[in-house]
Write a protein that binds this ligand. Structure first.
Ligand code: NAP
Length: 471
């Protein structure tokens, strides 16, 4: 068992004041393989004190200096790509070859954030006023376990670009890639205190982080339940709060869509990363006239995906991130059966040949009504709800009948029709006719999916204040 007994505070690896360790489990084997030390509230104070002390000098660096550090960091992470993919795969189950792409490719976005540092030097003259941009200050970052490196880069890169300093706490389920990231930070000689990493449980450290007097901004990615709590707690000191929360995204397939392509895209979109993707298109809305045809395609595609060992290069669906997440997902499958939805494929049994590990069969429910809990609540597993609709107005109404509004999808007969439908869906994103994920486009939610935007040009707006000087 590998033991990580230090925190990264003020430019050095230091022994924690807190005691004890948290075990990191491999969900494919259910065995612990690493331990990270537990920070306590004294460590939280020290980390934020370091970030506060570093802020004046770091926020006054030039954009060119910050861009140079970000480029060096990119190079240091490129050298660690294999180790990053392995750390993520072993701790949360994403198949290794897939993790190299969907989990680790995000490091390339650092180059773009190096360029965006220069946006901080944009000034605007408004009549007698000079309007400038300044870093928001010291940031508290809390990230989840499903795309742990992606969520780290989406916060840390714009924070560095704008001149913020920060303390990051990863999910205790997946802290290892963050430790590799901190090693890269140390290697490139980023000034002490700009980036600080503490490990430990969110339930223990979270409140202290989001209420801390030295914190100007909290950026949180995780569940809507935790996000609500963070917003309430941060309100007392009027911190800026950026929330990236859950989703239950609809996917409208129109009558004239190429059905084989559209359904296959939808099934693979949900099953990748074992359904643990916040933007997964988990509610598939299909015209009643083509429902049987679509159901047959969905069943065939889901059953063709190889479920198994994340180290096997042919595996598409690995285990859930943990046994407790498996229990949650199985609970929802039981719920769907009890609510009267029809199991088209998958279900409660273990996938064949997998006698241990947090595996769940790719599961599709048909005859789902949007009022059912399985259609309203985020399952965060490899589970699709197929919902029939009579006409497009009804499809759009069902799509919008959700507390969430993170992502959505449309596959229509033409791109123009797809865009027309996409504009009527109340969500922060829409995948039209199989469009690809784009690191340069903003990502964020409407409604209870959050209030922030990460990535792309918009991703740095969250991290600066604007000042007007009347001349
Ligand atoms: P979670 O339980 O809310 O945990 C997320 C993070 O919050 C973890 O670091 C966790 O630490 C920490 N935490 C737990 N209790 C806390 C508290 N009281 N105060 C402060 N922090 C606390 O969410 P999750 O189950 O890990 O993540 C899955 C969720 O994230 C899903 O809902 C998914 O949709 C959402 N998500 C959203 C986006 C987006 O961009 N909108 C992206 C990815 C995921 P510990 O793990 O140590 O407990």
């Amino acid at each position: 068992m590998k033991r990580y007994d230090k925190l990264y505070i003020n430019g050095a690896w230091v022994a924690p004041h807190g005691s004890g360790y948290t075990t990191v489990y491999n969900p494919a084997t259910e065995e612990g393989f690493a331990e990270t030390c537990n920070a306590d509230l004294v460590d939280v104070d020290q980390a934020f004190a370091a970030a506060r002390a570093a802020f004046p000098a770091w926020s006054r660096t030039t954009a060119a200096e910050r861009a140079d550090y970000i480029r060096k960091l990119h190079a240091a992470l490129e050298r660690r790509k294999d180790a990053l993919a392995l750390a993520i795969s072993q701790s949360m189950g994403c198949p290794l070859e897939i993790a190299k792409i969907i989990q680790v490719n995000c490091v390339k976005a650092l180059e773009k954030f190096a360029d965006r540092a220069f946006e901080m030097e944009v000034e605007k003259q408004v009549n007698n006023s000079l309007v400038v941009r300044e870093a928001v200050g010291v940031c508290a970052f809390i990230t989840p376990w499903n795309y742990p490196l992606y969520q780290l880069i989406g916060k840390v890169a714009p924070a560095l670009a704008t001149g913020c300093t920060m303390v990051l706490k990863p999910s205790s389920v997946t802290p290892l890639q963050d430790i590799l990231f901190a090693e890269a930070v140390h290697e490139i000689g980023l000034p002490a205190g700009v980036f600080n990493l503490i490990t430990g449980k969110g339930g223990v450290l979270g409140d202290a982080m989001v209420t801390h007097a030295e914190v100007d901004m909290v950026s949180f990615t995780g569940s809507t339940a935790t996000g609500r709590r963070i917003q309430r707690l941060a309100a007392d000191t009027v911190k800026r709060v950026c929330l990236e929360l859950g989703g239950k995204s609809p996917y409208i397939i129109t009558e004239d869509a190429p059905l084989e392509q559209a359904v296959s895209f939808g099934v693979k979109d949900v099953m990748i990363n074992s359904g643990q993707t916040c933007i997964a298109l988990t509610r598939m809305l299909v015209p009643a006239s083509r429902y049987e045809e679509a159901a047959a395609i969905a069943k065939r595609v889901a059953e063709s995906l190889k479920v198994g060992d994340p180290m096997d290069k042919d595996t598409y669906v690995g285990p859930m991130s943990s046994m407790s997440q498996r229990d949650t997902v199985l609970g929802y499958i039981e719920q769907g059966i009890a609510e009267g939805a029809t199991l088209l494929t998958g279900g409660l049994e273990r996938p064949e040949g997998l006698t241990r590990g947090a595996y769940v069969k790719p599961t599709i429910f048909r005859d789902v009504n949007n009022q059912m809990r399985i259609a309203q609540e985020e399952i965060f597993g490899p589970v699709i709800c197929m919902i029939p609709y009579q006409n497009l107005d009804e499809a759009i109404r069902i799509a919008n009948d959700s507390i969430y509004g993170l992502s959505s999808g449309v596959w229509a007969g033409s791109r123009e029709e797809g865009i027309r439908i996409a504009r009527q869906i109340r969500a922060g994103g829409c995948y039209v006719n199989g469009g690809d994920f784009n690191y340069d486009a903003p990502l964020g939610g409407y409604k209870q999916s959050g209030n922030g935007r990460e990535w792309g040009d918009f991703g740095i707006h969250e991290f600066y204040e604007t000042k007007s000087m009347q001349l």
